[in-house]
Design a protein around this ligand. Structure first.
Ligand code: SF4
Length: 64
């Protein structure tokens, strides 16, 4: 599973970073970075929580 970000929707509010800090990072310019594009199974639950919590619906998982 791969994390997909809709960059047109992301407003860099950091909700996903708080839910899954292993997978998402906001830099000092408020740019979001995906740290684990391919999601290891042990992080899957946290990443799904981050996806559900994104207020802009900017995150999804692809099957790739
Ligand atoms: S929670 Fe959504 S809008 Fe906020 S930084 Fe993450 S992807 Fe962007």
């Amino acid at each position: 599973m791969k994390i997909v970000v809709d960059w047109d929707r992301c407003e860099a509010n950091g909700v996903c970073v708080r839910a899954a800090p292993e997978s998402f990072h906001l830099d000092d310019k408020d740019q979001l970075h995906v740290l684990t594009e391919s999601v290891p199974s042990e992080l899957r639950a946290k990443v799904e929580k981050a996806i559900r919590g994104c207020p802009k619906q900017a995150l999804s998982l692809s099957e790739e």
